[in-house]
Ligand binder design. Structure first.
Ligand code: SAH
Length: 360
């Protein structure tokens, strides 16, 4: 859909409830037309909170001494992968703080190939694997791809260079982030990026610019969530305000993104579900078609404190809420982004499933 920048800015600035509900109905219509009422699942394992980065907003930043650092063993990750299969969740996402050593990349590559090996033993397509472990070199991304990972999430946080720099230390460079996104695409990953909404100093023009960024970069997956201030980070003390409410702002951004990019995958983030009890419901109506049920073992959950008071929802809770509003979880389906295949003019691999007996 073609929308002008001023039109999108007007929507983001508006506080008229009718304009919001009409935006939501348009987004929902486009989503149902292109993707149906299915919601894809990625079981999320936050396998380590060790981080060499120092992002001003994130509780995992290396300077935060207030959390206990952990790193889950390969065996524990494999156990959770097995559990993921048992639940009928056909994809897994491995996330961590940033550790770029070859040793750590070796670890993740080994885990990825073991998950592939273990989950395909029965002759099925096995678990789909998404990684979200930050900035690495081209060779390291390649290694992980060759090991069997096929989706990668790396948020740009803000596509505005100066806003990006205002929330990161100087040595975390905007251009480096862009290079990483290029590398991931070049290697053949399904590439996801995204932003936080409600950042100090963020304007609605920045958000419009972010939407253009996603379109221009031709992304396959999008993750957007509200910025949730963490008391143990420097950004918490910022006196600058954002131009938009983080919750409604995220809902509007999801809806606009869905109208602009009908065939990408878009997650309803945990942050959105943390900030408001209606986060999941509205996120799906706005066009979100992916959820990430949390599989991180309970003993570590509290220490993966990107932000605080993260909402944990048992899987069956999520399922009932999804179904209560007329959507359905896509058990047994990888749910790759349609966009990735259309773009490369290769047929959508509809036959890929985990052998749960649920064919497409
Ligand atoms: N190190 C990995 C993944 C961990 S952070 C990576 O950089 O990709 C995952 C995402 O959490 C970040 O990209 C950021 O958008 C989000 N995040 C971090 N701190 C946050 C906060 N205080 N509020 C909301 N989202 C936050």
């Amino acid at each position: 859909m073609n929308m002008s920048a001023t039109y999108m800015k007007r929507i983001l600035d508006s506080s008229d409830p009718e304009s919001l509900s009409s935006l939501l109905s348009q987004a929902e219509k486009v989503r149902l037309e292109h993707l149906g009422n299915e919601v894809y699942m990625r079981g999320l394992i936050e396998f380590s909170n060790i981080c060499r980065a120092d992002c001003f907003y994130c509780g995992l930043r290396k300077s935060n001494q207030a959390i206990k650092r952990y790193h889950i063993s390969a065996e524990e990750i494999l156990e959770k992968a097995e559990f993921c299969m048992d639940l009928g969740i056909p994809s897994i996402a491995l996330q961590s703080g940033e550790i770029s050593s070859d040793r750590e990349v070796d670890f993740v590559a080994r885990v990825v190939s073991l998950i592939r090996e273990q989950s395909t033993k029965d002759g099925s397509a096995g678990l789909g694997i998404t990684l979200s472990i930050g900035e690495l070199t081209y060779a390291q991304y390649r290694r992980l791809f060759d090991a069997g990972a096929h989706r990668y999430l790396l948020r740009i946080e803000s596509s505005d260079r100066s806003l990006f720099q205002s929330i990161h230390p100087a040595e975390q460079d905007f251009d480096k982030r862009l290079e990483c996104l290029d590398a991931l695409k070049d290697i053949g990953y399904q590439v996801g990026t995204g932003i936080m909404i409600g950042l100090p100093g963020q304007t609605t023009w920045h958000l419009v610019q972010d939407l253009y960024f996603f379109v221009q970069r031709d992304i396959d997956m999008l993750g957007m969530g509200p910025y949730l201030p963490h008391p143990d980070t420097p950004l918490y003390l910022s006196s600058q305000r954002a131009a938009i409410d983080p919750f409604i702002g995220t809902i509007k951004m999801l809806a606009l993104a869905r109208l602009l990019m009908p065939d990408i995958n878009m997650v309803v983030s945990t942050a959105l579900q943390t900030i408001d009890a209606d986060g999941l419901k509205l996120g799906m109506r706005a066009g979100g078609n992916v959820i990430m049920p949390l599989l991180t073992p309970e003993e570590y959950r509290g220490d993966y404190s990107i932000y605080i008071n993260k909402r944990f929802r048992p899987f069956y809770d999520l399922q009932s809420e999804v179904e209560a509003v007329g959507y359905q979880l896509a058990f047994g389906k990888w749910g790759d982004p349609l966009h990735y295949y259309r773009n490369r003019k290769i047929p959508y691999p509809g036959q890929r499933s985990t052998g749960e007996g649920c064919s497409l």
